[in-house]
Design a protein around this ligand. Structure first.
Ligand code: ATP
Ligand code: MG
Length: 426
């Protein structure tokens, strides 16, 4: 038994680490609900087919990174590598008749079979937001602003927003024609992976991480130069609106993003504080996904934020948990019953109450209360149980005063008053 370990690339998040996670999640949830965005939860396990069709066969994610297996019914299943395809499937399946315009978010684990390293795991977490049915440039801007503000609210420094336009299908086909000619001429200088993609999915070559290929691509035709007037206008309007909101951005005509379904706006937010895995947020418009997946023609735009990278970046102040309000030291059979009963009463307030269950000596329990820097201590022993009265003591280090009050177990008014005067008021 003693050599059982977690799978490579997966991690345990321990109670101490989760303080920061929970604080980060709380801020995110507040921002989302203020923007009136609703949550969706789809299954972690899906038919493999969904991702092949949704994300695209020639992508890194589908060709190399999926966790795929046969279930007992010999169906090919995959642990979701991203959220958008599942969201689209769920909405198509549900009919979307009630609400063709939806702003939704999801958060949860994703799975990709990649080489584990700092900021890169096989099970990781993403927050995603999708605006479904929205076509206007304003929706692109709102979604970018939303991501920008979430990252800002979390105190993340050195943020860079990069934008590009991938045009529509026609623009892409026009570009592909000339890009293919260029690829044939430069085939021998490309890495093997990219060579293999020439016939399968040439656009993916633009996304290559191979340094040599990246250098050669500097001189390749640019998709941006093949944008129709309409696509270009859309892109200019996006820039205008971002400027109006004073959200700084850089144009990056090499930005294509790893999944097949993007059209028009593509963006990434990186942080200089992250090192090599610098992308915290990736997003873009995917107007063809719903149709490609058998749904109605539905424009949409979204983004995904990698939570592991976000946690690395978020401010240290988020690593601190709320202080214990009341620590209940207790020992002796009857005393323990009173203590349990009292802890339940106290938890009806917005207070953090720790009931010591150790059965250790009073002095040991008091030491623990001290170590936790609890604001108050209540001690309940045989004597308190016999007198049906306990003493609550407030430690106020800043003002260096200790207030004590004896409160009968059955006098709720007195307890209520004391709590209101000493704990709940500040
Ligand atoms: P990368 O270029 O880093 O591989 P990607 O293009 O594969 O990113 P997306 O599919 O756009 O990433 O996912 C959005 C975000 O999810 C990324 O920006 C990153 O923060 C996070 N992410 C992606 N893969 C991983 C992983 N294996 N471990 C941790 N976070 C990840
Ligand atoms: Mg990747």
């Amino acid at each position: 038994m003693n050599n059982l370990k977690n799978l490579r690339g997966t991690v345990d998040l321990l109670p101490n680490q989760l303080i920061k996670w929970q604080n980060v999640e709380k801020i995110i949830l507040e921002q989302l609900s203020r923007a009136s965005i609703k949550e969706i939860r789809t299954p972690i396990l899906e038919m493999t087919e969904l991702f092949i069709r949704g994300i695209g066969e020639g992508t890194d994610v589908v060709s190399k990174e999926m966790y795929t297996f046969l279930d007992r019914g010999e169906r090919s299943c995959t642990l979701r590598p991203e959220g958008t395809a599942s969201v689209a499937r769920a909405l198509i399946q549900e009919g979307m008749t009630s609400n063709p315009l939806q702003k939704i978010w999801y958060m949860g684990p994703m799975f990709r079979y990649e080489r584990p390293q700092a900021g890169r795991q096989r099970q990781f977490h993403q927050l995603g937001v999708e605006f479904i049915g929205y076509e206007s440039v304003r929706s692109d801007v709102e979604i970018i602003a939303l991501a920008w503000d979430i990252l800002g609210k979390l105190g993340i420094k050195e943020l860079n927003l990069e934008i590009n336009s991938l045009g529509d299908i026609t623009d892409r086909l026009n570009f592909q024609e000339s890009f293919l000619k260029w690829l044939e001429r430069n085939k021998d200088s490309l890495d093997l992976d990219s060579q293999n993609r020439i016939n399968k999915n040439p656009l993916r070559i633009l996304d290559s991480k191979n340094i040599q290929t990246k250098n050669i691509l500097e001189n390749s035709p640019k998709l941006f130069n093949f944008l129709s007037e309409k696509s270009l206008e859309r892109y200019l309007e996006l820039k205008n609106q971002l400027e109006f909101l004073k959200i700084p951005f850089k144009e990056n005509f090499n930005l294509v993003r790893g999944l097949d379904y993007y059209t028009h706006t593509a963006f990434e937010i990186t942080s200089g504080a992250l090192g090599s895995q610098a992308t915290v947020c990736g997003g873009g418009r995917y107007d063809n996904l719903f149709k490609d997946m058998g749904g109605k023609d539905t424009p949409a735009i979204g983004f995904a934020i990698g939570l592991e990278r976000l946690i690395l970046l978020a401010g240290q102040e988020l690593d601190i948990s709320r202080r214990t309000d009341i620590y209940i030291v207790n020992q002796g059979l009857l005393a323990e019953n009173f203590a349990t009963d009292l802890s339940r009463k106290l938890r009806k307030y917005d207070l953090i109450v720790e009931l010591d269950l150790s059965g250790a000596s009073f002095s040991k329990q008091l030491k623990k209360a001290n170590k936790l820097n609890s604001k108050c201590v209540i001690v309940i022993g045989d004597q308190e149980a016999a007198n049906k009265e306990f003493v609550i003591r407030l430690f106020d280090k800043e003002k260096s005063k200790n207030t004590e009050e004896a409160i009968p177990f059955d006098n709720y008014t007195k307890l209520d008053q004391w709590l209101n005067n000493n704990l709940l008021s500040n």
